[in-house]
Ligand binder design. Structure first.
Ligand SMILES: Cc1ncc(COP(=O)(O)O)c(C=O)c1O
Length: 443
């Protein structure tokens, strides 16, 4: 008898179990959005779970530009860029982004996820190696796994471990070092000034995902590579429109010849419909506003500093964040779910992040701040977090009482016998002599 493909679906009850216990935190339906506030499940909530860093998703000028593009070109392009789906707005946006980022050329993708997957799959071959920060975004991991290249994780932000990994690779193999510019869960910044020289020493090229740094870091929000002044030393830059630019879609920026190659070889670009006119029209306007109104970025940083200081003075561990992404360490997954539910009841929208998005036993409530959050709301948020920490005994969790205890992916295996996804992901490429690369202690 053929294997029952749906067996796993019938046996999947995690979400129903959480719903039954009253703390399922996902897929909350928003009825109206004002950016920093939303109407959700019958009442208004302060939104601190969004990547709308500059509040541009609701800017009336952006909305009008999206409407104008729709009136001119229609609701969709109904085809791939390669065939019938290229409109003048796509080419204009590619040109303006290339100029803004000081790159030879840019190629738009329908999502940031596709940009990572498309570029990595098209560029890397079987005898190449991808050196991938362990905390990189899922779209990068997906791209690494779909490409034929060997995936070699390195300890988060560690130039030393990166060097050790690179040293063992054959000199002639192609090598690419890939890192988030700003890490989407921890909020910390890639140490490009230490990583790039190591990559160069071993002939590796560098690829930086600027999803959370565009509009946040660097002059006028040009991203991490500009923040560190290393734009000329990084061969590939990727970005998204789904965060500071308030919409959706992604891009790859680099040399003319690389972009020309991706245009004809990246399957995630060729075999999907192009970005809708409304999206491109809106992003063009958002990009213009971002450059003309730097005070938005200044305000974002004022709000960020206030929240870093506020959470820390209450006693929360916010890890090594340096950006508007502020992870609030809770510890157990159940406690993180309950914390989020209580926040919601108090009028605050923020979601938990659990393993494998973060290390097992180190669940967080992920908060992120916008330039449009007002002082009164930020004070209220801090007040509620302090109250809930007391009410829910947050500071009694082992992550607070035993802060030095090392938690690693094997804790997960011990706790419920499931194979950790991170290990499963890396096992495809681990040979015997490499297996120590995946040792959990390397964190
Ligand atoms: C670091 C990083 N890269 C890529 C992506 C994917 O971007 P998009 O939402 O445009 O698909 C995200 C989205 O969360 C991200 O955080």
């Amino acid at each position: 008898m053929a294997k029952d493909i749906f067996k796993k679906c019938r046996e999947y009850h995690d979400s129903d179990d959480a719903r039954a216990q009253g703390f399922y935190p996902y897929f909350r339906c928003i009825d109206d959005s004002y950016g920093n506030h939303v109407m959700c499940e019958g009442s208004e909530k302060i939104m601190i779970g969004s990547n709308n860093y500059l509040g541009l998703a609701q800017d009336p000028r952006v909305i009008e530009a999206a409407c104008e593009a729709t009136r001119r070109f229609g609701a969709g392009c109904t085809g791939s860029r390669l065939l019938n789906g290229t409109i003048s707005l796509h080419e204009r946006l590619e040109g303006e982004l290339a100029e803004f980022l000081q790159r030879e050329a840019v190629l738009l993708f329908s999502t940031g996820f596709f940009a990572n997957q498309g570029a990595l799959t098209a560029l890397l071959e079987a005898d190449d190696a991808i050196l991938c920060d362990r905390e990189n975004h899922a779209s990068i991991i997906e791209g690494c796994q779909t490409s034929l290249a060997r995936l070699i994780p390195y300890r988060h932000n560690s130039a030393t471990v990166l060097g050790n990994r690179l040293r063992r690779l054959p000199e002639q193999s192609g090598k690419l070092v890939i890192t988030d510019g700003v890490f989407s869960m921890s909020g910390d910044i890639a140490h490009l000034p230490s990583l790039i020289p190591v990559a160069k020493e071993y002939g590796a090229i560098t690829y930086v995902d600027e999803a959370h740094s565009l509009g946040v870091l660097g002059p006028q929000g040009r991203g991490t590579v500009h923040h560190f002044g290393v734009n000329d030393e990084v061969e590939i830059v990727m970005g998204t429109f789904s965060k500071s630019l308030g919409s959706m879609g992604g891009f790859i920026a680099g040399s003319h010849e690389m972009i020309e190659f991706l245009k004809h070889k990246a399957r995630c670009f060729i075999f999907t419909a192009s970005l809708a006119p409304a999206v491109v029209g809106g992003v063009l306007k958002a990009l213009e506003i971002m450059q003309k109104e730097p005070e938005r970025i200044d305000q974002l940083w004022m709000n960020t500093r206030k929240m870093h200081e506020g959470f820390t003075s209450i006693g929360f561990n916010i890890g090594s964040t340096q950006t508007p992404i502020v992870p609030i360490l809770i510890g157990s997954e159940a406690k993180a779910f309950v914390f989020s539910q209580r926040l919601f009841e108090e009028g605050i929208f923020a979601t938990p992040a659990i393993y494998p998005a973060v290390r097992y036993g180190e669940a967080i409530v992920r908060t992120s701040f916008m330039s449009t959050h007002i002082e009164k709301d930020l004070d209220f948020i801090l007040e509620v977090f302090a109250k809930l920490a007391h009410e829910l005994g947050t500071f009694d969790d082992p992550v607070y009482t035993e802060p030095g205890r090392r938690r690693n992916v094997f804790d997960f295996a011990l706790s419920d016998q499931k194979e950790p996804e991170a290990l499963r992901a890396s096992s495809r490429v681990a040979t015997r002599e490499e297996s120590e690369l995946y040792a959990p202690l390397s964190r």
